[in-house]
Design a protein around this ligand. Structure first.
Ligand code: GLU
Length: 514
């Protein structure tokens, strides 16, 4: 009974892709790869009012950056196109007609005012938010209440011509969801949804079901917010007589705010200072720029690993998984039912693991040009060496720049608190001796520096804690930075001697003035 696995990610280009959407795309991708199937991208742009320019490009670029390249899409069409719903208008009209002919849908001509009046009347009878359903459809202006001639005239006139699905009364719509088990809806809870709008374009429900069928989608994997719509979708499948090949549904848990209370929103990102979009997005209407994970210094692999576990549990302790590994072990059965709490520190932890494991050259390929610009003409080899030293110390790519300033030029100031704590004027002579020693070294590499300086400390019965921290402050300006001897070796003899000398002078003056 198994049919080829074909899944789709079906975003609407109404703005940037939210991180929840990225996770939906990822789970679809993984499920397709795991089962040797196909991963499609379908652009659901039938709501012209909510259409946002550049959103489609943004979606494509985001998937490309993450390496979740669709097997079929608008830029890489397969045999089931077009892959943009606005290019499929005529297809939907044909299917809407089928539903009208079979009596499962009807024309409705009600104006916005008439709809408002219907709700108002219901309100007076104590019914809040009255739906357009079996209880009112016989009172409205539609092809169920008007004569054939009136209907034809109104269609000819072309004003407010919509088509609604005719939801049967008192029935149970039931379907199996892979994540939530059996889900049931009473049709009395469902309205007669508009399936074709006055602008001639279908609504999400109709287009989504027709396309899933025509594109031979085997599994519908999407966010939990669509669970309640599924009842209408199942009815549409039934109306079309497609029940035998209905897609299997899997609704993914919501991504919750860091507090665990409520759905994660784009406002939360701005509020708490973390990205909720994969790439930067400039909102021209709101005149606001939202930073993305990419600009925040994330590697795609780090973000993917983080998202993979935000709602899915591999059932083992291992946490680090590459996209390839995930593609081998992913299963819909292991998706959690409850909401997944977003934790930015955890996201950065995953990113850090991938930065540590990366080849410095690969990191250079991403941030090299940016570092080169501030590097005071350092060579590529030098910059790669800086990257290598900082790799274990950063969580994001942006921190390389923040933490590397002393590799490009001598520190412009010293952390005075640190000098106060770590510099002992009693050791002044010892520091001078160490500087002379460093100056006289013939081979200036990490090993020689380490054994010369440590040897001097030991031979003179000094304490490491009295000497090394001060040297570090003079090299970097503060107590921060990677291995002292590696840093010195990279900066070179002349620069090291210069920094130590001016650092010692500064510390002596500073201490005498205290
Ligand atoms: N266009 C819907 C969205 O924007 C797709 C929902 C679905 O996958 O069916 O999320």
């Amino acid at each position: 009974m198994s049919r080829p696995v074909r899944v789709r990610f079906a975003p609407s280009p109404t703005g940037p892709l939210h991180i929840g959407g990225v996770r939906t795309a990822l789970y679809n991708y993984l499920f397709a790869k795991k089962n040797g199937g196909k991963f499609l991208l379908r652009i659901e742009d039938t709501d012209q009012k909510r259409y946002v320019d550049k959103a489609e490009e943004y979606i494509l670029e985001s998937l490309e950056w993450l390496g979740l390249t669709p097997d079929e899409s608008v830029v890489n069409p397969g045999d089931f196109g077009p892959y943009r719903q606005s290019d499929r208008k005529s297809i939907y009209q044909e299917y809407v007609q089928k539903l009208i002919d079979s009596g499962n849908a009807y024309y409705a001509f009600d104006t916005p005012d008439e709809l408002e009046e219907m709700r108002h009347q219901a309100m007076e009878q104590g019914i809040h938010s009255q739906k357009y359903d079996a209880s009112v459809r016989h009172k409205m202006r539609n092809s169920l209440t008007l004569t054939a001639q009136e209907v034809n005239e109104l269609i000819q006139k072309g004003e407010n011509v919509t088509v609604r699905m005719k939801v049967p009364t008192d029935e149970l719509v039931s379907f199996k969801d892979i994540v939530r088990g059996q889900v049931k809806f009473d049709t009395s809870e469902l309205d007669d949804k508009v399936i074709l709008k006055a602008d001639g374009l279908p609504t999400y429900h109709l287009a989504n079901v027709v396309d899933d069928r025509l594109m031979q989608i085997s599994h519908v994997i999407r966010g939990e917010e669509w669970l309640s719509s599924t009842a209408h979708h199942v009815l549409l499948y039934r109306f079309f007589g497609w029940e035998d090949e209905i897609a299997q549904f899997a609704h993914l848990p919501l991504i919750m705010k860091p507090s665990g209370k409520g759905k994660l929103s784009k406002r939360d990102g701005a509020k708490f200072g973390f990205p909720v979009f994969p790439l930067e997005w400039e909102d021209t209407k709101e005149k606001e720029t939202y930073i993305g994970f990419r600009e925040s210094g994330f590697l795609p692999a780090g973000l993917i690993n983080f998202l993979s576990l935000l709602g899915w549990n591999p059932g083992e302790d291992q946490e680090i998984f590459s996209l390839e590994q995930l593609s081998e072990i992913f299963s819909l059965e292991k998706i959690n039912k409850s909401g997944a709490q977003f934790n930015y520190d955890k996201a950065k932890w995953f990113n850090q693991q991938y930065i540590i494991a990366a080849n410095p050259q690969d990191i250079y390929d991403i941030i090299g040009p940016d570092l080169a610009r501030v590097s005071n003409n350092k060579t590529e080899a030098y910059i790669i060496e800086v990257i290598r030293m900082l790799q274990p110390r950063v969580h994001t790519l942006t921190e390389f720049k923040e933490q590397s300033t002393f590799f490009w030029s001598a520190p412009s100031e010293f952390d005075e608190k640190a000098i106060k704590k770590k510099f002992r004027i009693d050791n002044k002579e010892d520091f001078s001796n160490i500087i002379s020693l460093v100056d006289s070294l013939v081979s200036f590499d990490t090993e020689s520096l380490s054994s010369a300086i440590k040897g001097h400390i030991n031979d003179n019965q000094l304490k490491f804690g009295h000497i090394l921290p001060a040297l570090r402050i003079w090299m970097t300006g503060s107590m921060a930075g990677p291995d002292l001897f590696e840093m010195m070796a990279l900066l070179g003899q002349q620069e090291t001697v210069q920094r130590l000398t001016s650092g010692l002078n500064y510390a002596v003056k500073f201490t005498n003035n205290e």
